[in-house]
Design a protein. Structure first.
Length: 202
């Protein structure tokens, strides 16, 4: 997608900690090595998303600096009552379109879906794209069935967890062909019970 002058593409994601990022990078490399051995050609095992950093996509949009600032203000306001929580990803799975991914537990899926909906509602007026309603961490995309079979063979078990404490904001770097994190909107962990309460001193 070509952006207008002064407009960049931004992605809103949940992202694992450094240990989780390294773990997923290792899985991606293991699959690439296996594919290079099984299908020797000039690609050297390359596949879509093999170089992307681990993340759980929420949504994306195109924006200039002014529009981004408005969106960030909306997001900070919407997330002030959200609470941090550990999330667990415990198995590999595949979508029909050829995506092989790490899936969350039932409880983590529910938690992430709920927080993602809050983000999407907060940013709804900003012409969102790439909205994801199924939390997952991609290993590879657009894989042919025979390559999915290799992924199933070499990637069998996973134990990934991290504290989900907010939303990472990434900007697409066209020169690198990758997203780079530029900001982080932390969950406020505030309680709504205190809204409107008055304190009296006697």
């Amino acid at each position: 997608m070509v952006m207008e002058v002064g407009v960049s593409k931004y992605s809103f994601v949940f992202q694992p900690d450094a240990a989780g990022m390294d773990l997923v990078a290792g899985y991606k490399q293991r699959l690439r090595t296996a594919l290079a051995e099984r299908f020797p050609d000039k690609s050297k095992g390359w596949y879509h998303s093999c170089n992307s950093k681990a993340h759980v996509t929420i949504c994306a949009f195109g924006a200039n600096e002014e529009k981004l600032a408005l969106a960030m203000a909306e997001l900070q306001k919407a997330l002030c009552y959200e609470h941090s929580q550990y999330v667990y990803f415990d198995h590999f799975a595949a979508f029909a379109g050829g995506a092989f991914y790490i899936a969350p537990t039932v409880h983590a899926r529910s938690y992430l879906k709920d927080r993602a909906r809050k983000v999407i509602r907060a940013l709804d007026r900003f012409d969102l794209m790439e909205i994801s309603d199924e939390p997952h961490i991609s290993i590879g995309r657009r894989l042919e069935p025979e390559k999915i079979a290799v992924a199933d063979e070499v990637l069998r078990t996973v134990d990934l967890s991290f504290m989900c404490s907010g939303v990472h904001v990434r900007r697409f770097n066209a020169d690198l062909g990758q997203y780079e994190v530029i900001d982080f909107v932390k969950f406020g962990n505030q309680s709504k019970e205190n809204i409107g309460q008055l304190s009296f001193k006697f």
